[in-house]
Design a protein around this ligand. Structure first.
Ligand SMILES: [Zn+2]
Length: 80
């Protein structure tokens, strides 16, 4: 079975929509990396993209550089 592993870098970077440096998630239009306030401006669409994204992924790792700061497994268990 092929497992889809996603790595999300939590280090602040410029948001694709507003340009603010922040921790980003790939829930913008076309899975663009956007900040939390921008997600709130179009919450329904962002939530739909988030659920689609999570459904596709088997394991998500949150990384700060080389360091793993969190992971989300397909069993929906969050480990910190
Ligand atoms: Zn933004």
């Amino acid at each position: 079975m092929v497992r889809r592993v996603v790595i999300i870098d939590v280090r602040p970077a410029p948001c694709a929509l507003c340009g603010e440096r922040a921790e980003l998630r790939p829930y913008g239009p076309g899975n663009a990396l956007i900040c939390h306030p921008c997600m709130g401006r179009d919450e329904a669409a962002c939530k739909a993209r988030m659920y689609a994204f999570l459904e596709e992924a088997d394991e998500i790792y949150f990384k700060e550089g080389e360091r793993t700061v969190g992971m989300y497994l397909f069993e929906n268990e969050v480990a910190r």
